[in-house]
Every structure is written in C-alpha cells, then in structure tokens.
Design a binder for this molecule. Structure first.
Ligand code: SAM
Length: 270
C-alpha cells in the first residue's frame, strides 16, 4: 500500500487532506479514485490507513480507516555526522542511512573537507537531501522521516557531542576498544530498558523521543581527520572507534557504523 508523509496539521482525528506532490502522485500517477486506500503518517507519532474521497483538482481528502501502531522505528536514535563528501555521495549516505534506520543527518565541514557550499547552494542542497530522506523513508516503510540538518562548522559539531548520550568518531588509526564494547558501555550507562529490547521481544512498542538513547557517529571526509581533530573530539567527550582493519570510503563508513549499532542493539536481528 502506497505511503505518504504529510504535514502534521493536515491529519485530524477523522480525516486527512493530502496536497502538493503527494496529491499529484495520487491523482496523476496512481490514478487514485474514491474508495482506494493509502497509508499516511505525520512523521512524528500518528500513522493511519485512510480511504480516499473523490480526488479534487489538486488535493485529496481521505477518511481515517485504522490508526496503525508505529513499530518500524529503532529504539535508538543514531545521528550520522558526515563530513561533506565530494560529488553526490551525501545523497547515497542519506538514502542508505534512512533505509537502515538513521534518525538524523548532520553534515559538517572539517579541515580536509573539499566541498565548500555557499549559503544559496547550501539551502538547495539541504532541500534536495531532505526530499531524498522522505522518499527513502516512504520506500522503507519508516514511521518517521530522518531530519537533514544544515551543515555545521567543525566547532559547531564539537558542541553537538555533549548533546548525545554517546559520541564516536570513526578513526581508521584507532585499534583500541572496538565499537561493540563502546555500544554496550553506552547502553549500560543509559540503562534504558527500551533499548535493551532483543529481536525475541519483537517490535512490541513505539518509543518516545525521550526513551530513545541518542548516539552520534562522526565520519570524516575522503582525506580523513587530522590527529588534532580526533583529539579535539575526544576532549569534547567522544570516543574514537575503529570500524575494522580495512579503509572504508567516506560514504561506506557511516553505513557500516550505523548497521553495527543497530545490529548490536537488536534492531537488525542482532
Ligand atoms: N585516512 C583514510 C585513508 O588512509 O585513506 C582516508 C579517510 S576514509 C576514506 C574516510 C573516513 O571514513 C575516515 O575519516 C573515517 O571517519 C572513516 N573510516 C574509514 N575506514 C575506517 C575504519 N577502518 N575505521 C574507522 N573509521 C573509518
């Protein structure tokens, strides 16, 4: 069944008004007609099967048929901080990270970041990235659309480290404590039973924002991080972690780290 994320204010207790690209898709692409059913989500805390009324010129009103439990979201929030990569690699990171289960994407500039975005270009890029996240979330049957933030400076990123329950800077020269132990340390410290759910428990409940542990994964650009940057991140409270002995491309590293975290927290059969 086709799924659409709509603005929260358009979804009421009894019906929903679908407008814009989503209405266009229903009317023109899906050739929707009265009686057809689709799924709508406000991307926050409500999701329902709805039955279309007769589509109008540029909007479709539909009636709530059944509220759905929102069980497709991980019990942990993984924030992917990605040093702006060259070309369209950021689109790949956002699309694949959304499918896997990332909660948000935080692009940033670090010393060896090659890409320089001016304000105008940056606004357009973030808009396109957010659209990619929405489409990937619909395809993946996610209950929420990951947020794509505006790029941060390195200094601003360091300030985000303290806002997470745990932060890990991916560093290929680190061969100490591996990611697995760091994840277990964070879960124990957070003592949030909701994240200790195992696959055996099954998706038994939706998780509220405050219940979800917040984990920040920081990935460098094609040229990597400088020693000073790693030290500065550690001084700000992050731990440096290895993702194994192979050197991963910048666009691969976040996917590997994200998958390890979600596997270890029982979100992917782990
Ligand atoms: N220094 C790397 C080299 O020698 O080619 C270049 C950086 S790598 C292409 C891009 C980023 O991916 C790194 O900054 C790091 O964040 C992450 N990364 C790649 N492989 C990794 C690994 N084995 N362990 C931890 N992080 C890794």
């Amino acid at each position: 069944m086709q799924r659409y994320f709509i603005a929260p204010e358009l979804l009421t207790e009894t019906d929903v008004t679908i407008v814009g690209d989503d209405a266009h898709h229903i009317i023109r692409v899906m050739r929707g007609k009265a009686g057809d059913q689709v799924i709508v989500s406000n991307g926050l805390d409500r999701e329902a099967v709805v039955r279309l009324r007769e589509p109008e010129k540029d909007r479709v009103v539909a009636d709530i048929v059944e509220w759905l439990p929102m069980l497709n979201e991980p019990a942990v929030e993984v924030w992917i901080a990605q040093s702006l990569p060259k070309g369209d690699k950021m689109e790949l990171v956002i699309q694949k990270g959304t499918e896997i289960g990332a909660d948000r994407f935080i692009p940033f500039q670090s010393e060896r970041t090659v890409v320089q975005l001016d304000a105008k270009k940056e606004g357009k890029r973030v808009e396109r990235w957010q659209k990619i996240a929405k489409e990937a979330a619909e395809q993946a049957h996610r209950n929420r659309v990951p947020a794509v933030e505006a790029p941060l400076s390195w200094k601003q990123l360091l300030e985000r480290i303290g806002q997470a329950d745990a932060a890990w800077i991916c560093y290929e020269k680190q061969d100490g404590l591996q990611l697995k132990q760091r994840i277990q340390e964070a879960l124990t410290k957070h003592r949030d039973s909701s994240v200790s759910r195992t696959a055996a428990d099954g998706p038994t409940q939706a998780y509220t924002a405050e219940q979800r542990i917040k984990l920040l994964l920081i990935v460098g650009p094609e040229g990597g991080f400088t020693e000073q940057e790693v030290k500065a991140a550690e001084a700000a409270g992050a731990h440096s972690v290895s993702l194994g002995r192979r050197i991963l491309r910048t666009e691969t590293a976040a996917m590997v780290g994200l998958t390890c975290i979600l596997y270890e927290t029982g979100e992917m059969g782990g």
